[in-house]
Design a protein around this ligand. Structure first.
Ligand SMILES: C[S@@+](CC[C@H](N)C(=O)[O-])C[C@H]1O[C@@H](n2cnc3c(N)ncnc32)[C@H](O)[C@@H]1O
Length: 231
């Protein structure tokens, strides 16, 4: 497979054209990943670790498909996006046709619990377990069974305003950080090995009635993990 280096700005512009979930539900934590966070995540997977180009990629809890579409755009061989929200998946399908990436992508409406198969790389921005405790680790557990390598976003336990400000002011606005002891233990006891953790700022617009700010900024940690695949 010939490598073609995609500019980060081009990736980010493409991802910003992918609309957010048309009818987000708070109990499923259906926040759409901002284009800048998605492109940083995809860039690390593709160009730091060589885990996207020519690979079989799974986007677990794909929503409207920003991570899946980005992986296809960067040169994944084929990509599957799974989400239980039919409206979000149909939006992802529509966009993939519109930007001519449809042939590489397969969209599935399903619960992650019934997904089987073997993938080189799993990408996920799961629910963070704020509304439904444990939903983030249920995603991690599944991803570690399906992927040789897993890239998983989690809300940082250190998300204070000072840290957000410091990260936003730094260049590049992503830093390596230590894993949370809880996730480290969970990942290792499920056969995974953490390669690196990257902290970055996520900005979520006002979406639900219980949001009392116009936007919410917090720190997310991207875990790059060597997983265990089902045989
Ligand atoms: C935080 S959103 C992220 C959406 C998308 N990956 C993105 O980053 O824009 C989490 C997604 O997981 C989906 N989800 C939650 N629980 C699920 C489950 N058990 N099976 C499949 N999808 C699920 C939600 O519908 C939602 O689209």
């Amino acid at each position: 497979m010939q490598k073609r280096l995609v500019r980060k700005l081009d990736l980010e512009m493409l991802l910003s054209r992918v609309p957010p979930n048309p009818s987000p539900k708070p109990n499923l934590e259906q926040y759409t990943i901002p284009a800048n966070v998605a492109s940083t995540m995809l860039y690390i997977a593709a160009y730091v670790n060589n885990d996207i180009v020519g690979k079989a990629v799974l986007d677990l809890g794909c929503g409207t498909g920003r991570l899946a579409l980005g992986a296809a755009f960067l040169g994944a061989e084929w990509v599957v996006g799974v989400d239980l929200d039919r409206n979000a998946v149909s939006e992802a399908h529509r966009v993939s046709q519109e930007i001519n990436l449809g042939k590489k992508l397969q969209w599935v409406v399903a619960d992650i619990g019934i997904v089987h198969g073997r993938f080189d790389t799993v990408l996920q921005n799961p629910p963070y377990g704020v509304q439904k405790r444990g939903s983030d680790v249920a995603f991690l557990e599944r991803a570690l069974k399906l992927g040789k390598t897993v890239y998983s976003l989690h809300k940082s336990p250190h998300s204070g305003k000072t840290r957000v400000k410091r990260l936003k002011a730094s260049s590049p606005s992503v830093m390596t950080t230590a894993p949370s002891p809880f996730l480290e233990e969970f990942i290792e006891s499920n056969g995974g090995k953490i390669k690196a953790v990257y902290a970055m700022v996520m900005t979520v617009p006002h979406m639900f009635d219980f949001h009392n700010e116009t936007k919410h900024e917090f720190v997310v940690d991207l875990y790059a993990i060597e997983g265990k695949r089902e045989t």
